[in-house]
Design a protein around this ligand. Structure first.
Ligand SMILES: C[S@@+](CC[C@H](N)C(=O)[O-])C[C@H]1O[C@@H](n2cnc3c(N)ncnc32)[C@H](O)[C@@H]1O
Length: 428
């Protein structure tokens, strides 16, 4: 397998002339450790119990490269998972944030990532004794940019959303917050890439469904594709729907037995579907991911209807056909959105959907699915999502009890995949 490491990458343009000056340890300069090679011959996952950086070095020495990294590292000073001094997040004192961010960035730099790979990181903030936020996620982003990565997506994981009507959607942990807002309602989920133009992205796999009764393939009454990407996915998706926005409302779930920092599977599965290729092929000795070929095609509301040009205005039910969506007596925004997939009702546009024409490299032999790595895998939520969606998975955790439950969870996911594979749709 090819090994391709970010170490030594060019400085991000935004950092030229001013670095945040993290404590640069020797981590990225050191040679690999004792080589290890994950064995996918009988099952699509491998679990390692050990320190993230040491294990990554050994994986790199063994020649494995990763297509996608999805992880939630321990937050700074949040909790203790055990007694191992190598545990991340325990940094204290004045340089605490700086050395914490340095340690994390060193780990991500050491990962042998494919040129098309993505690194998704969910990271929470921390408050100083004076109650001010330390801006840990912001400093981490700067550190990653300084290390040569590019920030391709920044998702808000919303756990509770307050509406202007005085209600709220969802739920987040109550915290005593004097003179400030409850800071538990959202967390960032960042996507870093080495090459923003050529990172592998299948956004068609995670589109938002449109109303199948209103939108048809042009000039026909054939409904546009509403089929889910896979019945193994919890999130509703549509191959031909509208582009997924970057605020995801995902309720907190506790599927990780007594692990208190497990993230929900729903948060991870879109990320697997859109940024880890399902099929790698052998292209003359070079690994390549198959890419979906799409064509932007106009929607229609049925044969003979001219409405495509006006998009969602055609769905208007109110008395003022060309009025303002917010006007009293006209169709509600929610109705318009459900029918047309658009909220910005004031604009004329031609609504299109990405029709799948096929995939690239169909003449090349498939060598396997992409590999997802979680270097702080805890209970294996990432592994469960990756395996259920037909990808391979490597999980690392410092503690044996976590590695054991991750193993059980991945086994169960693999069994379910085998049971459901025949009845599920693939992306192809
Ligand atoms: C926030 S939890 C991850 C939870 C996971 N996303 C899940 O859904 O279960 C962080 C994990 O990192 C592990 N960890 C801490 N320091 C580590 C290190 N140096 N190397 C590997 N794992 C480590 C902890 O044991 C913990 O399980």
């Amino acid at each position: 397998m090819d090994v391709n490491c970010i170490s030594g990458g060019a400085c991000h343009p935004i950092m030229v002339g001013g670095r945040i000056g993290l404590d640069r340890g020797p981590a990225d300069l050191e040679p690999g450790g004792e080589p290890i090679i994950p064995d996918f011959s009988s099952r699509p996952f491998e679990i390692f119990c050990g320190d993230a950086l040491e294990t990554i070095r050994s994986l790199r020495a063994g020649g494995t490269s990763f297509d996608c990294v999805i992880t939630s590292p321990p937050y700074l000073g949040q909790r203790r998972y055990g007694h191992d001094p190598r545990e991340i997040g325990r940094a204290k004192g004045k340089g605490g944030v700086r050395s914490y961010v340095s340690a994390l960035v060193d780990i991500f730099k050491a990962i042998p990532l494919r040129p098309w790979g993505s690194i998704w990181v969910n990271l929470g903030d921390k408050r100083a004794a004076n109650t001010a936020l330390l801006a840990v996620p912001h400093l981490f982003v700067l550190g990653m940019l300084e290390a040569g990565f590019f920030l391709k997506d920044a998702v808000v994981w919303a756990k509770e959303v307050a509406t202007v009507e005085g209600t709220s959607i969802g739920h987040c942990q109550v915290e005593p917050a004097k003179g400030r807002l409850n800071g538990n309602a959202w967390e960032p989920f960042y996507r870093f890439v080495k090459d923003p133009r050529h990172s592998w992205s299948d956004t068609s796999a995670v589109r938002i469904p449109r109303d199948p009764e209103r939108f048809f393939h042009k000039g026909t009454t054939d409904p546009i594709g509403q089929h889910p990407y896979s019945r193994r996915m919890t999130c509703a998706t549509s191959l031909e729907g509208r582009c997924l926005p970057n605020v995801w409302y995902v309720g907190n779930s506790r599927k990780g037995e007594d692990h208190h920092a497990a993230f929900p599977r729903e948060l991870v599965e879109r990320v697997v579907a859109m940024s880890c290729p399902e099929h790698l092929v052998d292209d003359g000795g070079q690994a390549r991911p198959r890419e979906r070929k799409v064509q932007a095609t106009e929607y229609s509301e049925g044969p003979g209807k001219f409405i495509t040009v006006y998009g969602q205005l055609s769905c208007w039910q109110g008395p003022h056909h060309h009025g303002n969506a917010g006007e009293e007596g006209s169709a509600s925004l929610a109705t318009l959105r459900d029918r047309s997939g658009r909220n910005d009702t004031a604009r004329r546009y031609v609504p299109r959907y990405p029709r799948t024409l096929g995939w690239t490299h169909m003449d090349k032999a498939v060598t396997g699915p992409g590999i997802v790595l979680d270097p702080f895998a805890g209970t294996g939520t990432t592994g469960e999502a990756a395996i259920l969606l037909g990808r391979r998975f490597v999980g690392i955790d410092l503690y044996q009890d976590n590695a054991d439950r991750m193993n059980r969870r991945c086994e169960a996911a693999f069994e379910m995949l085998q049971r459901t594979r025949g009845s599920s749709q693939s992306t192809q």
